[in-house]
Design a protein around this ligand. Structure first.
Ligand SMILES: NC(=O)c1ccc[n+]([C@@H]2O[C@H](COP(=O)([O-])OP(=O)(O)OC[C@H]3O[C@@H](n4cnc5c(N)ncnc54)[C@H](OP(=O)(O)O)[C@@H]3O)[C@@H](O)[C@H]2O)c1
Length: 547
C-alpha cells in the first residue's frame, strides 16, 4: 500500500466528461502532494501534464532542436507543455487569445508570443523562424482558418497534434492540402478512459518529470464549488490563465449543528501582511487564521510592542505560525531579501499571498509638505506596492491585495499624498491584472472599531463595523474582483459638500502667510514647482523608480 490515511495526495479524474463531487481512483493514479504545494495547486498538475506528455513526448516525440508551436499556451495544458518543451530544450512559440494572456506568457520568458485574433500569427512565425516554420504544432484551436494557417507553416515531416474536438481532419484531407505533415488526432477522453494500472508508461513519465522538478503547479483562479456556475461561465469566457479550480466545502459540527464552510486561505503556504502590526493588518491576520491560513509573516518598520508580542504568542499556542519581521516596504532590497530568502530561512512554506496594508499617514496642506513627511507616505503607498510587485512577480501568487481607500475615488482635502498613493495602488492592481497576475485593490471607507480613522468624523459616511468590512472583503476575494469599494455611504448629497473636487486643496491661512497670491492658476504652478524641486532634491537611492 503506497498511501496511509491522512496522506496529502493529488491525482486526476480520468473520466473527464463528468464533474462529480467524489471519485474513486486507482492508487497508481495518485501522487504524494509536496508539503510546499496547496491542494489547489495540486489540482492544476495531473490532467494537464498527462495531456502534455501524451501529445508532446508520446505522440510528437519532441527533440531538443524542434521548434514547437503551442496554441492557447496560457491555459493549463499549454503552460505544462511549455515546461516539458523547456526540459527537452525545444524552441517555443506561443499563441494566446487576449492581451492579458499574451502578457503573461512574455512574463514567463517566452519571446515569441502571437495573437490569435487573425491568421497574422502565421506570417509572424515564419519571420521568427527565418522562413523555416515549425516542427510541431500542439493545437487546441477550433477555428478551421486558424488551423489551416498553422498547417501551412509546418516544415516537411512536422507533427500536428490535434486535441481540439471540432473540425477534425482525416489524414487524407491533410495530405490533400499538399503538406507533408503527420496529423495526430489525440482523443484524450478515450485515452484516459482506457487508462489502467498496466498502462504504466504515461504515469512513469509523469513521475520522472515530478522527481526532476520539471512539473510546476499552474497558476489558477479559485472559486468555491458552490459557485460552480460562475466558475464555468468564467471558464467559457476563455480569458483565464492556467486553471480554474473549485474548492469543495468543509462540513463541521458546531453546537449540534452542521456548518458548511469553504475556507478562503490555505494552511500550507505563507501569507505576508505588510503593516501587519497595524490595526487592520493585525485584524486581518487573526481573520485569515480563522479562514484557514496557518503561516503568516507580519512586516513593519518597528518591532512588536509587549502587547503585540503577547497576542502573537497566544495565536501561536494554537498551532499557528505567526512571526513579526522588520521591513521597510519602501526599500526594494529589503523586500527582495524577505521574499527570496528570509521566508524560507524561517522554515516557512513558499509565499503565495501578499496583503499590503502598510500606511504612513502624513496629512496636511500641500504647501506644508516636505520630503521628511512626503517620503514615508510614498514609501507605504507607491514604492511599497511597486517593490512587492517587483519582488514577487515571478512567483505563483494566489493573492496580491493592496489596501486602498475610498479617498482615491473622490479625493479628500489635505491628503494629497494619501489620495495619490491610493490611486497609484489601485492602478497597480489593474496593471498586475493586465499581466495575468493576481491583483486586487479594496477601497475602504472608514472602519469604526479599529484603524487610523476610527475616531474621526467623516461626513457622508457611516463607519464600517469590522464584521461588515470583513464580510465585504471575503465576498470580494471569493468572486475574484480586481477592485471593489467596501464602504458605508450615508448620503450622496453630503459627498458634494465634504469632497468638493473643484476646490484647491491649499490651506488659505498658510498660503497667505507665505506671501501667496489669490490666483488659483499661479498657486498650482508654484506648488507644482515646489513639489518637483523637493522630490528631485530628496530622491533616495534604492527605489524601484529612479526618475
Ligand atoms: N482604518 C481605516 O478606516 C482605513 C480606511 C481606508 C483605508 N485604509 C487603509 O488600510 C490600511 C491599514 O490602515 P490602518 O488603519 O491599519 O493603519 P495603521 O494602524 O496605521 O497601520 C499601518 C501600519 O503600516 C506600517 N508601516 C508604515 N510604513 C511602513 C513601511 N514603509 N514599511 C512597512 N510597514 C509600514 C506601520 O508600522 P511601522 O510604523 O512600525 O512601520 C503600521 O503598523 C492602510 O493602507 C489604509 O490606507 C484604512
Amino acid at each position: 500500500m503506497k498511501f496511509k490515511v491522512g496522506d496529502r495526495v493529488y491525482g486526476c479524474n480520468i473520466d473527464s466528461k463528468k464533474m462529480p463531487s467524489h471519485v474513486i481512483v486507482e492508487q497508481d493514479f495518485l501522487f504524494h502532494l509536496s508539503p510546499n504545494f496547496s491542494f489547489c495547486e495540486g489540482a492544476t498538475i495531473c490532467a494537464e501534464y498527462l495531456t502534455a506528455i501524451i501529445c508532446l513526448i508520446q505522440t510528437a516525440q519532441i527533440k531538443s532542436d524542434d521548434v514547437v508551436l503551442i496554441h492557447n499556451a496560457s491555459e493549463g495544458v499549454g503552460l505544462s507543455a511549455i515546461e516539458i518543451c523547456r526540459d527537452v530544450g525545444c524552441k517555443i512559440i506561443a499563441t494566446a487569445s487576449c492581451t492579458r494572456q499574451q502578457n503573461y506568457l512574455r512574463l514567463k520568458g517566452i519571446h515569441h508570443v502571437f495573437s490569435l485574433k487573425d491568421t497574422e500569427f502565421a506570417t509572424n512565425i515564419m519571420n521568427a523562424t527565418n522562413g523555416k516554420g515549425v516542427d510541431v504544432v500542439l493545437n487546441f484551436l477550433n477555428g478551421e482558418y486558424l488551423k489551416n494557417a498553422s498547417l501551412k507553416i509546418c516544415v516537411k515531416g512536422a507533427s500536428f497534434v490535434e486535441i481540439s474536438n471540432i473540425h477534425l481532419w482525416k489524414p487524407e484531407q491533410v495530405q490533400q492540402q499538399g503538406t507533408d505533415v503527420k496529423y495526430f488526432e489525440v482523443d484524450l477522453d478515450n485515452i484516459f478512459a482506457k487508462c489502467d494500472v498496466k498502462n504504466k508508461g504515461l504515469f512513469d513519465s509523469l513521475k520522472a518529470l515530478i522527481s526532476r522538478k520539471v512539473v510546476k503547479p499552474n497558476p489558477y483562479t479559485r472559486f468555491d464549488a458552490i459557485n460552480l456556475e460562475e466558475a464555468l461561465n468564467y471558464l467559457e469566457k476563455g480569458e483565464y490563465i492556467g486553471n480554474v479550480v473549485c474548492v469543495m466545502p468543509e462540513w463541521k459540527f458546531e453546537n449540534g449543528n452542521v456548518k458548511v464552510h469553504t475556507p478562503l486561505f490555505n494552511d500550507c503556504i505563507t501569507y505576508l501582511i505588510t503593516g501587519g502590526l497595524g490595526s487592520l493588518g493585525f485584524t486581518f491576520c487573526k481573520w485569515m487564521l480563522e479562514e484557514g491560513a496557518k503561516y503568516i509573516v507580519l512586516a513593519s518598520r518597528n518591532p512588536p510592542n509587549q502587547q503585540q508580542r503577547k497576542e502573537i504568542n497566544e495565536l501561536n499556542l494554537d498551532g499557528k505560525h505567526v512571526v513579526a519581521v522588520k521591513l521597510d516596504v519602501g526599500n526594494l532590497s529589503q523586500c527582495k531579501a524577505l521574499v527570496q530568502t528570509q521566508i524560507e530561512e524561517m522554515g516557512f512554506p513558499p509565499l503565495r499571498g501578499v496583503m499590503h496594508t502598510a500606511l504612513a499617514l502624513e496629512n496636511g496642506p500641500i504647501t506644508n509638505q516636505n520630503w521628511e513627511r512626503w517620503g514615508p507616505s510614498l514609501d507605504s503607498k507607491i514604492y511599497g506596492p511597486l517593490n512587492l510587485h517587483e519582488a514577487t512577480k515571478t512567483l505563483n501568487l494566489e493573492h496580491f491585495v493592496v489596501f486602498s481607500s475610498i479617498a482615491s475615488q473622490f479625493g479628500i482635502p489635505f491628503c494629497c499624498n494619501y489620495v495619490a498613493g491610493n490611486y497609484f495602488s489601485d492602478s497597480l492592481a489593474h496593471f498586475r491584472h493586465s499581466l495575468g497576475l493576481p491583483g486586487t485593490t479594496v477601497n475602504w471607507s472608514q472602519w469604526g472599531e479599529v484603524g487610523v480613522s476610527c475616531h474621526m468624523d467623516v461626513p457622508g459616511f457611516k463607519v464600517l463595523s469590522t464584521l461588515q468590512a470583513l464580510n465585504g472583503f471575503d465576498n470580494m476575494l471569493r468572486t475574484n474582483q480586481v477592485q471593489l469599494a467596501v464602504a458605508n455611504f450615508e448620503s450622496f448629497p453630503l459627498f458634494n459638500i465634504c469632497f468638493p473636487l473643484t476646490r484647491s486643496y491649499v490651506d488659505e491661512k498658510e498660503w497667505n502667510a507665505s506671501g501667496g497670491t489669490d490666483d488659483i492658476g499661479t498657486k498650482s504652478d508654484v506648488i507644482f514647482e515646489q513639489l518637483k524641486k523637493s522630490l528631485i532634491a530628496n530622491n533616495k537611492k534604492d527605489r524601484y523608480v529612479e526618475d
